[in-house]
Design a protein around this ligand. Structure first.
Ligand SMILES: [Mn+2]
Length: 410
């Protein structure tokens, strides 16, 4: 049985105020072709179908057209869709009876009183599987658990309980390969620098991968935008978004996961998604003088691009020519572009580790702040516990950091 796992489409999203409709359409067309070419039996979409709880009608239309077209091309295909934190559970569920006619199963909400509702026995022409289709869990979905316990459960504990109940319900069914779907931040996942910053700070809401059970043959996750394995397991994966969600992802290859499941084995391989709409940042590295920047812009050759690329421009804040906007506009005149603004850069970063820094883990960056490290060192030292860091020492550290900054070492 062949399964394809994708997530975080964010249909209806705008990128710097530009509609992504055409880009989404190009992806969906590619997906339909890929599902047909790869003879896929089951498509899993692990949440965040839409970008907002009230997507534009065009985005909903796009999803339904995709399902209709794809079922025409691949009549035997089954589809499972779960709601993510961006989706409205009710809206996703509204079309459930109609979508069922297209072998498309949608799960918007988890009900603690009926965990079996998220367990879907899927029977394809090349085999069967049970899918635990767990949507994004809001605290309010889990409040019933708290009424049963003496001690209130943490969010993470309640989520673990929800998965346990659903997996138990799946365990009561006749034996078949088990797939678990979820939309959450599982422990160990990397965070993309810009586009998910507001999701989780310092990994506080990250949930241990243990909750998915050893019984699961494959765990299809959504929520994090970079494709990755979780807890070093080849079969617990985020597929990531199909397209860049920020300029930091401009050189990253987006992907979907292709899973081959049998009674005894599970192999997973990524399939790379073509870039349908280029994301360009100029200059790529350090800022250059305005005249040089304008030259770079005039030289941009976009004749090979199907869809107008996104372009963002960097200019040093020290460049004080007040006509910079006009000059940049002039350099771009007549070019088919989606302009995403001019970034005034105060301080150049060190670009040595640019590739590496693409998806820096926010918690790691926070942990490496020298001042908080100093505070921690004080708090942890047996002789100084409870004492504040002396001001002289703080100042000394600031001086050293400033010095290193001017030498461009940090
Ligand atoms: Mn999400």
């Amino acid at each position: 049985m062949k399964v394809l796992h994708t997530s975080d489409w964010h249909l209806g999203q705008q990128f710097y105020e530009h509609s992504r409709f055409e880009e989404h359409q190009a992806f969906l067309n590619w997906l339909t072709e890929t599902l047909a070419a790869q003879h896929i039996d089951l498509l899993l979409v692990a949440g965040d179908i839409y970008h907002t709880a009230t997507p534009p009608a065009s985005a909903e239309n796009q999803l339904y057209q995709f399902i209709k077209n794809t079922k025409q091309r691949c009549p035997d295909l089954h589809i499972v869709i779960i709601a993510g934190n961006h989706d409205s559970a009710n809206r996703i569920m509204a079309a459930k009876p109609l979508l069922a006619q297209f072998d498309t199963h949608v799960v918007g909400r988890f009900d603690t009183a009926s965990p079996k509702d998220v367990v879907l026995p899927i029977s394809t022409k090349n085999g069967q599987a049970h899918v635990v289709a767990m949507p994004f869990l809001r605290s309010s979905d889990l409040s019933h658990y708290n009424r049963q316990e003496e001690q209130p459960l943490s969010y993470n504990q309640a989520v673990a309980l929800a998965y346990k109940d659903a997996l138990n319900a799946a365990g009561e069914l006749p034996k078949a390969p088990l797939i678990v779907m979820g939309h959450l931040h599982a422990k160990g996942g990397d965070i993309s620098t810009d586009s998910e910053r507001n999701l989780v700070i310092g990994g506080e809401e990250a949930i241990s991968a243990n909750i998915f059970s050893e019984q699961a043959d494959y765990v299809a996750l959504g929520h994090l935008h970079k494709a990755q394995t979780v807890a070093k397991s080849e079969t617990i994966r985020y597929s990531g978004t199909p397209m860049p969600m920020s300029f930091s992802e401009r050189r990253y290859q987006h992907q979907v996961m292709l899973i081959e499941l049998s009674d005894s084995s599970c192999t997973v391989n990524p399939l790379y998604i073509p870039s349908f709409c280029k994301v360009i940042l100029l200059p790529e590295k350090d800022c250059v003088p305005l005249s040089e920047l304008c030259e770079l812009l005039s030289e941009l050759d976009l004749s090979d691009e199907n869809l107008a690329p996104y372009l963002r421009v960097k200019l040093s804040a020290h460049d004080t020519d007040t006509t910079f906007r006009e000059q940049i506009e002039q350099a771009l005149a007549g070019k088919q572009l989606k302009f995403c603004g001019i970034e005034r850069v105060r301080q150049e970063r060190n670009h040595q580790d640019d590739e590496q820094a693409l998806f820096d883990d926010v918690s790691q960056i926070e942990a490496l702040n020298p001042h908080s490290l100093l505070e921690q060192a004080f708090a942890n030292h047996k002789d100084m516990a409870g004492q504040a860091v002396p001001k002289e020492l703080e100042d000394l550290l600031s001086d050293v950091i400033d010095e290193l900054n001017t030498e461009d070492v940090l």
